[in-house]
Design a protein around this ligand. Structure first.
Ligand SMILES: Nc1ncnc2c1ncn2[C@@H]1O[C@H](COP(=O)(O)OP(=O)(O)OP(=O)(O)O)[C@@H](O)[C@H]1O
Ligand SMILES: [Mg+2]
Length: 355
């Protein structure tokens, strides 16, 4: 069978636009096998996004006027409708078998971009093109897209197993029997290493339940039930220590190896985690600072005059750059156009950077 980036493509088809006939044959209904939903993804999705932009309008006179009156603020000129650019022409690509990491400081637009890529932004302010396998996302593709939100939305009183079996019964097609749906949930539990805590309740800040890492894995398992070909995750490692985060990204890596396309935002990946990313997109205030291979980011920034003043985690360096770039836009440079920052982690040799 021909391959695409190491991923087998169905019927020798191109990953750029598999049609219905090229999707895997219908599942063999043999309950001794794992249900076909759990087989390696055989519908590779290449996600392309071009010049994605998002603007919001705010400052409506009518909205919140009562609250403003209570607070003693009368109508001001700032009540006029204003526009803010949240995303500014972001372009990139995520291929099957790869992890694309979206990095950037808080408020840089990571969640907004992920929501846009998942087709969850459909307002007037959205511009740009998002293509899956070179076509506009179809219903079929949307069904094969999993989205793990930044905040876990789970029932605190249910156990891990109850959560996933219940979800499996609701989300999987009617063509599967109850037993098969339960088997899918069980295999996802084992695939995501949740067997140990399957009978523990989810819990919340008032009721003690599973750990933060396990909770995140339950959220991922929730999306894994539908065996997505494209898995989008918003900060799946927030609140986890470096080791737990590494384990979680290892899980994502193993999912990618099965042919899934993984797009994830991450706040502060360790260097161990960073080296697992195939591609990296760095955002700063809604602008793209870098998109390319994770392993080539440092060399790129060095080539344009930015390098760390001491050996450091590339992710930390990129985040420092993203934060610095906000200041760079307003900083006056020396007459000779050269400036060396001392005391910080970044040394800028020239002004010729394309940022
Ligand atoms: N509908 C909206 N109206 C106004 N501002 C918005 C809207 N959506 C997002 N923003 C603003 O856009 C910016 C980017 O938000 P976003 O949630 O994408 O950031 P983020 O990079 O995910 O941050 P964090 O790391 O804290 O989750 C923020 O400053 C946010 O306040
Ligand atoms: Mg966010």
């Amino acid at each position: 069978m021909p391959t695409f980036n190491g991923v087998e493509t169905p019927n020798g088809g191109s990953p750029d636009g598999p049609d219905q006939s090229k999707i895997c044959p219908p599942p063999r209904r043999d309950s001794r096998d794992l249900p076909s939903l759990m087989l390696p993804s055989c519908y590779p999705i290449t996600l392309k996004f071009m010049e994605v932009g998002y603007r919001v309008k705010y400052g409506n006179k009518n909205k919140g006027s009562n609250i403003k009156r209570i607070l003693g603020h009368g109508p001001t000129s700032s009540d006029q409708i204003q526009e803010r650019t949240i995303l500014n022409e972001i372009t990139g690509l995520a291929s099957p078998g790869e992890i694309l990491a979206i990095l950037g400081p808080s408020g840089s637009g990571k969640s907004t971009l992920l929501n846009a890529l998942a087709g969850r932004i459909q307002t007037n302010g959205f511009t740009g093109t998002i293509l899956t396998n070179n076509k506009k996302p179809t219903k079929q593709i949307m069904k094969r897209t999993g989205f793990v939100t930044q905040d876990d939305l789970l029932y605190p009183h249910l156990t891990v197993r109850e959560t996933l079996v219940f979800c499996s019964l609701l989300r999987l097609p009617k063509s599967l029997s109850k037993q098969e749906k339960t088997t899918v949930a069980e295999s996802v539990i084992s695939e995501l290493g949740l067997t140990k805590c399957e009978n523990t309740i989810i819990g919340n800040s008032f009721i003690r339940g599973v750990s933060g890492g396990e909770r995140k894995r339950v959220s991922i398992a929730h999306e894994m039930l539908i065996n997505p070909s494209l898995l989008i995750l918003d900060e799946p490692t927030s609140g986890l220590d470096a080791t737990a985060a590494y384990r979680l990204v290892l899980t994502l890596g193993s999912l990618a190896q099965k042919g899934k396309t993984i797009v994830t935002s991450m706040h502060q990946p360790s260097s161990r985690v960073y080296q697992m990313f195939d591609s990296v997109l760095v955002l700063s205030e809604g602008r793209c600072l870098y998109f390319g291979k994770g392993g080539e980011a440092m060399a790129y920034f060095e080539s344009v005059g930015y390098s760390p003043s001491f050996p450091m985690n590339p992710a930390d360096f990129l985040l420092d750059l993203a934060n610095e770039s906000k200041d760079e836009m307003t900083v006056e440079l020396d007459g000779d156009g050269k400036r060396v920052r001392s005391g910080g982690s970044i040394t800028k040799k020239t002004t010729s950077c394309g940022m």
